[in-house]
Design a protein around this ligand. Structure first.
Ligand SMILES: *Cc1c(COP(=O)(O)O)cnc(C)c1O
Length: 299
């Protein structure tokens, strides 16, 4: 969020900010708070409404994209939107946290800035908070660095060390986690307590073909809905043994949470669970999921 705040710090008063309607909740609340203070104006567009993004790119000062989106895993047509004409001086930013730099390189598609929460996959062990904004524009890099320094958001040496150390195993962790994620997504789809599964690697994902060309891999986050009430969905999270009931994602350990329970996320289907698949034994993960899904069926 410090890296993201440094980008918003570049905006001039009255700027027009365009955000996806399914977006990391912290970004949406930062943007809406700025709007309430009269700093800028916010518009929210459907992630997959490419014509609306092309139109917005001609008018907006900050075009904020996130793909795959958190938590609905909708794919933005980054190839088209990043290459489209935009207002002079506008910044096009892609939050690349879910894809990681191994699966998607927004700067090569024409984005001005690529953002990563290093707290997630890059660090990969749920033991640090850090963020990265990458740009090929030297003047912009200098401006972002000044915002970072002036706002006191310089990362500590331990966080920097842990990020670099985490990066060394990113390829191995991601490969393992996304292979397991596809397996679990397929099995969840066939489970009778599960009413829908969102995962870009499934042929049933509405944008599977675009995901397959745009992404080097489908990532390790799965969002799925369970039959029943929100309380029953909460019980599915509470009864896991191996999967941690926690918010963060992209770690070596699997985490799961009911996202609709989070303030500001009430637009989500109420039984939607977001599962971030880690690097544990796939059979152990499936055993944990089935025991909790089957248990909730009995109550
Ligand atoms: C977690 C997350 C962030 C914010 O990252 P922090 O490191 O927690 O500040 C931003 N974008 C996305 C998509 C995220 O998942």
């Amino acid at each position: 969020m410090a890296a993201i705040a440094a980008i918003f710090d570049q905006l001039n008063p009255g700027a027009v900010v365009v955000l996806p309607d399914d977006c990391y909740q912290g970004v949406t609340s930062l943007a809406l708070r700025g709007q309430r203070k009269g700093l800028w104006q916010v518009e929210q567009l459907a992630v997959d409404d490419t014509p609306a993004w092309l139109d917005a790119a001609r008018r907006a000062d900050l075009i904020w994209l996130e793909s795959p989106s958190n938590p609905l895993l909708i794919i933005a047509d980054l190839v088209t939107i990043c290459a489209a004409p935009r207002k002079s001086g506008a910044l096009l930013v892609v939050d690349n946290t879910f894809a990681t730099p191994l699966n998607q390189q927004p700067l090569s598609l024409g984005a001005d800035v690529s953002v990563q929460s290093a707290t997630k996959y890059l660090g990969g062990h749920s033991d640090l908070l850090a963020g990265i904004a990458t740009t090929a524009d030297e003047a912009l890099a200098g401006a972002l660095r000044s915002s970072r320094t002036q706002n006191g958001a310089t990362p500590g040496t331990l966080e920097a060390f842990l990020t670099v150390r985490g990066l060394r195993t990113l390829a191995l962790r991601l490969e393992r986690a996304q292979t397991t994620a596809l397996l679990l997504a397929e099995r969840l789809q066939a489970h009778d307590r599960v009413t829908s599964v969102r995962y870009p690697g499934l042929a049933s994902h509405p944008q599977h073909a675009m995901a397959a060309t745009q992404l080097g891999g489908f990532g390790s986050v799965i969002s799925f809905e369970v039959a029943g009430t929100a309380i029953e969905a909460d019980q599915v999270c509470h009864r896991t043994h191996l999967i941690q009931h926690a918010t963060s994602l992209g770690s070596v350990e699997s985490t799961m949470e009911r996202r609709g329970a989070v303030p500001g996320q009430e637009h989500l289907p109420e039984t939607l669970l977001r599962l971030s698949v880690g690097i544990e034994n796939p059979a152990d993960l499936w055993a944990d999921l089935t025991q909790t899904l089957d248990a909730s069926a009995d109550c």
